[in-house]
Design a protein around this ligand. Structure first.
Ligand SMILES: Cc1cc2nc3c(=O)[nH]c(=O)nc-3n(C[C@H](O)[C@H](O)[C@H](O)COP(=O)(O)OP(=O)(O)OC[C@H]3O[C@@H](n4cnc5c(N)ncnc54)[C@H](O)[C@@H]3O)c2cc1C
Ligand SMILES: NC(=O)c1ccc[n+]([C@@H]2O[C@H](COP(=O)([O-])OP(=O)(O)OC[C@H]3O[C@@H](n4cnc5c(N)ncnc54)[C@H](O)[C@@H]3O)[C@@H](O)[C@H]2O)c1
Length: 448
């Protein structure tokens, strides 16, 4: 039998494509080498958000301890209980996902997929022929030529710790390190974060990142900049992480936060005539392989946009349309929102001030501290250095970017994201009759 479609992976991108094509009557198989469900549901966004929610709740009780939360100052994270709660979300996913696929009439194949021909995938001894193949195999932690690199644990390990290690070094200054640092320090760990230059979280607004770094340091997180990792050594029960200028940091565990790259190594792309350059698939703007027209890619494996769940979903939508209709669709990432789940969170959509100026746009920048806002005081964050920055195109009056470091940022940013995506003018957003008091009711003050 020849399948209409074989999808490699069972994460956000793969599932969306497989289900859409199956609904259109196609015969579809999904191949997964680990548990069914993918990164977001099992080892990424979802378990991370559970841990964030509990550590934020404990921190909130402490912050508001003297304002009526009796014993709030003594609140503490019960890590094993928190992990049991996390597992109540993640444990059911693989069986549920496999069952959903089965019910939809999609064949769920367990094992590592590899190409053995342009239209053929092998999984163990079995060969699956397909009219179309989608690579949605996600991303994997980047490997760097650093001595002792094998000692680094990964985000998978952190999200599964039965007990939280006492001393943690996070290597790299991106999403993973900042999020884990904020959760771990609230749970009582001693945390060090090492970043190679002066600009951690490089895609976010530099001024707001500075505020986040200062706040992180006030919380007791040791944030070391210009600290490019050069060696990791085993020392007794723990590890020593050294950086290029000779500084060294001791900890019980060292965790990889150095970035992720498309997960393609096991696929034998050459056997499938699938072109790849410097670790990235060569795709046209319809996410189709430039060398093998039967093959498409989506999500982190495609690495066409940011490695985020909403981008994986947008890719999937685009690939499904290209498969089922004519191959003319392109993903549209304009106005996607992204959040670093620190406490408080850092969020962005659209252009940074720096990028807008680089592009030669004339802009108005609305920016300010939020520490004295009622909503921030109510949350006990008046010393966090909270702030906003909204970028407005002077010619069109449209909102082209927004940046928030404030409680509720993960919700409020979505209104700005919609504004960027739909070319909403600042004067129109200013007419918002938001529920009061709410995070969104601060928007009119930000635009004023
Ligand atoms: C710790 C962490 C936290 C994150 N938090 C967020 C967040 O808060 N918000 C957000 O938007 N994004 C977040 N992300 C990113 C987000 O999880 C990913 O962008 C998204 O899950 C990518 O989906 P995908 O479908 O492309 O790949 P994945 O969900 O990674 O799916 C790929 C699947 O392919 C399988 N696979 C790989 N190779 C093979 C093979 N040869 N054969 C068969 N199967 C194979 C893998 O086992 C995996 O299950 C986070 C990521 C991490 C690591
Ligand atoms: N909230 C979210 O949406 C979320 C959370 C976690 C992960 N993710 C996704 O997963 C991806 C991977 O996360 P990540 O934090 O590993 O990567 P990242 O790309 O966010 O950050 C990695 C950082 O490590 C720095 N770095 C690189 N080499 C270094 C070295 N030798 N020494 C010190 N620092 C070095 C890089 O400059 C970079 O800033 C993210 O890019 C993101 O797409 C998203």
């Amino acid at each position: 039998m020849t399948f209409d479609l074989v999808v490699l992976g069972s994460g956000s991108a793969a599932t969306r494509i497989a289900e859409t094509c199956r609904k259109a009557g196609w015969s579809v198989a999904v191949v997964e080498e680990r548990e069914f469900g993918g990164t977001c549901a099992l080892r990424g966004c979802e378990p991370k958000k559970v841990i964030w929610t509990i550590t934020e709740a404990v921190d909130r009780a402490r912050r508001l301890g003297e304002h009526g939360v009796a014993d709030g100052k003594d609140a503490r994270v019960d890590w094993p209980a928190l992990m049991a709660f996390k597992r109540s979300f993640t444990d059911p996913v693989p069986a549920n996902r496999a069952e959903e696929l089965r019910k939809a009439g999609i064949e769920a194949v367990q094992g590592t997929a590899r190409f053995v021909g342009p239209n053929t995938i092998a999984v163990g001894d079995r060969e699956l022929d397909a009219r179309h193949i989608v690579i949605a195999t996600g991303a994997t932690p980047v490997r760097l030529p650093v001595k002792g690199f094998e000692h680094l644990l990964t985000s998978d390990d952190f999200l599964a710790f039965g007990e939280l290690p006492r001393r943690i070094v996070l290597v790299g200054g991106g999403y993973i390190s900042f999020e884990f640092a904020h959760m771990a320090v609230r749970a009582g760990a001693e945390v060090t974060l090492l970043h190679k230059n002066q600009k951690p979280l490089g895609h976010f607004d530099g001024d707001l990142v500075k505020r986040l770094v200062e706040h992180s340091r006030r919380l007791g997180i040791r944030v070391e900049l210009d600290a490019e990792v050069s060696e990791i050594e085993k020392r007794g029960d723990g590890f020593r992480v050294s950086v290029k200028d000779g500084r060294a940091f001791d900890a019980d565990v060292a965790i990889h936060g150095l970035g992720r790259v498309p997960n393609l190594d096991s696929l034998d792309l050459e056997a499938g005539d699938v072109a790849c350059e410097k670790g990235r698939l060569k795709l046209d703007r319809h996410l189709r392989s430039t060398s093998n027209p039967a093959v498409f890619a989506a999500g982190d494996a495609a690495s066409n946009g940011a490695a985020l769940t909403p981008i994986a979903t947008e890719d999937a939508e685009c690939v499904a349309q290209n498969l089922l209709q004519d191959c003319t669709h392109e993903p549209d990432y304009n106005g996607f929102a992204s959040v670093v789940f620190t406490i408080p969170p850092l969020a962005m959509t659209g252009l940074t001030e720096e990028k807008a100026r680089e592009n030669g746009r004339e802009i108005d920048v609305h920016t300010g501290s939020m520490d004295s806002f009622q909503s921030v005081r109510r949350d006990g964050h008046e010393d966090a250095g909270t702030a906003y920055k909204v970028i407005v195109d002077r010619q069109t009056g449209c909102i082209v970017g927004a940046h928030l470091f404030v409680p509720d940022a993960q919700e409020v940013i979505n209104l700005f994201a919609l504004s960027v995506r739909l070319d909403v003018k600042a004067s129109e957003l200013d007419k918002l009759l938001s529920a009061y008091p709410s995070g969104a009711s601060n928007i009119t003050s930000m635009l004023g």
